[in-house]
Design a protein around this ligand. Structure first.
Ligand SMILES: Cc1cc2nc3c(=O)[nH]c(=O)nc-3n(C[C@H](O)[C@H](O)[C@H](O)COP(=O)(O)O)c2cc1C
Length: 313
């Protein structure tokens, strides 16, 4: 494990390391306009939402590291106090990347990147029509994070004054992550597509769980169960009691091979093979029971996992 302070490494190296570890980051496609009304568009991945009441987002338009000059987004925002932020979806990622080119101030990156302007209602800069999620924003505060450094970072804190959300990304009355199909920025030139297998649901804790420190030793110190497994077990409000009917298998139950049953997603069948055959030595039995419990946990069957782990060895 390397351990160092930011001053110990080259700033460009630090940039790469920081952005690889603080990832994935959402990408704001920021639309601004200068005082003459010339539109500007650029992606910013130092970006997030920080409050929904009031709705506040922030992004970081740094001064250029090469010569300390100000980016158009920064200058326009300081001059007008207004911007739009359009979410970047997978179908727009190449065009968004193109909009990051350093064109002269009066060049319209909406046109260069081939995006259509969606006129705003409450601010002057347009947003990107191709994005299914866009916000009209007003600058609350621009913080210069280190005025003494040439290419210093800045933090633009903005209030959202209007949202444009396409009906196409909804499933019922909620936004479907697969339909919005967002992309995020990672370190170097890596991106991530937030859909398909990359998106998963995690049950939110509804009660105060007993905690991993309250799990019985043989569970907490398991060589099989992972931290994620333990956390699922520790999320119960009370340690369950052994239920004797848990191992009353159906008379028609047929299962012969432990590994095969587990692999085919049948932890109950795997448990049957363990309990119906010649009992293995306690250590081996414990290993098998932990594997079965893990199989149940993978299916979200917390009670079954607990019952398996409560079985006497
Ligand atoms: C995906 C992506 C994310 C970016 N994020 C940032 C960022 O957070 N901060 C920044 O200063 N520049 C960022 N950039 C670089 C700017 O987009 C680039 O400097 C651009 O030329 C600025 O344009 P402007 O002068 O029109 O504002 C990013 C570029 C890409 C492609």
């Amino acid at each position: 494990m390397k351990s160092f302070t930011p001053n110990e490494i080259d700033p460009r190296e630090l940039h790469k390391i920081l952005l690889s570890g603080v990832a994935p980051r959402p990408i704001a496609l920021v639309g601004t306009a200068d005082t003459k009304g010339n539109a500007n568009l650029s992606p910013y991945s130092f970006f997030n939402a920080f409050s929904s009441n009031p709705p506040v987002v922030a992004f970081g338009p740094a001064h250029r590291a090469t010569d300390g000059t100000k980016k158009d987004t920064y200058s326009n925002l300081m001059a007008t106090g207004e911007c739009t932020i359009s979410a970047v979806t997978h179908s727009m990622v190449e065009q968004s990347n193109l909009s990051s080119c350093v064109y002269p101030s009066d060049v319209d990156e909406f046109a260069k990147a081939g995006f259509t302007k969606r006129p705003s209602q409450d601010v002057k800069p347009p947003s990107v029509m191709e994005s299914p999620f866009a916000m009209e924003c007003r600058l609350i505060q621009m913080i210069n994070l280190a005025p003494h450094i040439k290419g210093s970072g800045n933090l633009a804190i903005c209030q959202v004054v209007r949202l444009h959300v396409s009906g196409s990304i909804f499933k019922g009355d909620v936004i479907d992550p697969h339909k919005i199909d967002l992309v995020g920025r990672m370190g170097l030139a890596w991106y991530v597509r937030a859909s398909g297998d990359a998106v998963f649901e995690l049950a939110q804790p509804r009660v105060n769980g007993i905690g991993i420190d309250a799990l019985p030793d043989h569970i907490r110190k398991s060589q099989i169960l992972t931290g994620n497994d333990l956390a699922k077990l520790a999320g119960v409000e009370k340690k369950p009691q052994l239920n004797p009917s848990f191992t009353k298998f159906d008379a028609a139950m047929q299962a012969e091979d432990f590994s095969l049953e587990l692999k085919s997603g049948n932890p109950y069948g795997a448990l049957y093979t363990v309990l119906s055959g010649t009992p293995p030595p306690p250590e081996k039995l414990q290993e098998k029971l932990h594997k079965v419990a893990q199989g149940f946990l993978a299916q979200g069957k917390i009670e079954e996992a607990w019952q398996t782990l409560l079985l006497p060895l």
